[in-house]
Ligand binder design. Structure first.
Ligand SMILES: [Zn+2]
Length: 401
């Protein structure tokens, strides 16, 4: 992030800033706080209440970037804080602990923190998947190290989908290989995958998924070798593809169950952005890092240049010319979950009651029409896109400059 956007983000917080966390008296590092785990933003810093010896105190905090809320009369005076938590009264609050003022260095998306908390709750659910899957590895490279890494993502992804309430119903067939001729034999002729050698991986409908390791090799110019990943961000991008594709399978199953439509019913930003968000969630889980850290790796690696691209240009059944549906779409999907306060927001679009793909299918983009998109956003999320899009687009500016 450049300095300008950083400052913009800070100003936004100072002016309008509230994120969806508990409000109470302004916290300061080392001062007593009401309850362990409580979070509160003050002056652009997100404080978390932690236990310190026998006391509970605010930690040193992290810098937060929040999306601006549209307000007819932006005002520099702080808005009144609705206080649901009683202000803690403690003798020690009279004499503040001698802690240095916080010196946060990291900038974190407020939406990402909410998404992280929501997925942490999802992982705790005691739900097991009943989904069936088969994995096929290219016989020309039966001991492929890269293929094995992809395989490790499958079970965790399938468990996650079950815990989110979208256990896969179609049994999956997952083909992982280097030789497109081998893979193509298994690709449905009527799907894009049949001519999909250009893609690193894909979901083809009917439970069929593929991973094309040749693409990874070409991307990293390894000369056909399966090298060790040069950095964690490359590792995330290269290995977590099946979390993305199985996410599509879950999206597709939901859309198919609700009428004569398929994955293409989803706006491109949610279809690809949501699937990419799942990559970060699963990668974090498997590598024992936080979602926020995995997301940071994701944004280190991805294309930029989506700051000025409106969400309305990311509704097609294909991809945005600059692939902004993958990156801006990630940011937007995060914003959607954070607003909806439910991880199911990633999928529910496909459960719309609207008939087929809506009354005015858009032939040009081979996707839903603007009108259908608008009405489904209202129907499923109670979102008025005229209000919500500017908020999300401001957030996209910050993360995919
Ligand atoms: Zn995809």
């Amino acid at each position: 992030m450049n300095r300008k956007n950083f400052i913009l983000g800070l100003m936004v917080i100072l002016i309008l800033g509230s994120i969806e966390v508990t409000h109470a008296a302004a916290p300061k590092a080392g001062l007593p706080c009401p309850k362990v785990g409580t979070k509160q933003v003050s002056k652009g810093i997100l404080f978390t209440c932690i236990k310190s010896g026998k006391k509970t105190v605010w930690n040193k905090g992290v810098q937060v970037v929040a999306a601006p809320k549209p307000s007819p009369t932006p005002s520099l005076s702080p808005s009144p804080i609705p206080s649901t938590t009683p202000t803690p009264t403690s003798k020690s609050s009279e004499s503040p602990a001698p802690t240095p003022s916080p010196t946060p260095s990291k900038v974190i998306s407020a939406n990402a923190l909410i998404v992280q908390d929501l997925f942490n709750e999802v992982w705790k659910r005691d739900i097991k998947s009943k989904a069936k899957y088969e994995i096929f590895i290219d016989p020309s490279r039966p001991d492929s190290k890269w293929a094995k890494e992809h395989v490790t993502f499958i079970e965790t992804t399938i468990e996650l989908l079950a815990k989110m309430g979208y256990d896969l119903k179609t049994s999956s067939k997952i083909y992982i290989g280097w030789d497109w001729k081998w893979m193509q034999k298994f690709m449905p002729r009527d799907s894009w995958c049949y001519d999909g050698s250009w893609a690193g991986g894909g979901y083809c409908g009917q439970g069929i998924n593929f991973i094309n390791l040749q693409q990874t090799g070409e991307w990293l110019r390894t000369g056909g070798q399966e090298i060790d990943w040069p950095s964690p961000e490359v590792r995330l991008a290269a290995t977590s593809t099946l979390a993305h594709e199985l996410g599509h399978q879950a999206q597709g199953e939901l859309a198919e169950a609700s009428g004569r439509r398929n994955l293409a019913f989803y706006p491109a930003w949610l279809r690809e952005g949501g699937a990419n968000l799942l990559k970060a969630v699963v990668y974090a889980r498997m590598n024992n890092i936080s979602y926020v850290d995995a997301r940071e790796l994701f944004f280190k690696m991805t294309d930029k240049g989506c700051a000025e691209v409106p969400l309305m240009e990311m509704l097609m059944s294909g991809n945005h010319p600059k692939n902004c549906n993958y990156t801006g779409g990630f940011v937007a999907s995060e914003a959607l979950i954070a607003r909806d306060k439910n991880t199911t927001a990633l999928f529910r679009f496909g459960a719309s009651k609207i008939a087929d793909s809506g009354p005015k299918f858009d032939q040009e983009r081979q996707g839903i029409s603007n009108e259908t998109y608008r009405s489904v956003m209202k129907e499923i999320y109670n979102i008025d896109i005229d209000e919500w899009h500017p908020i999300v687009e401001a957030e996209i500016k910050i993360w995919t400059p």
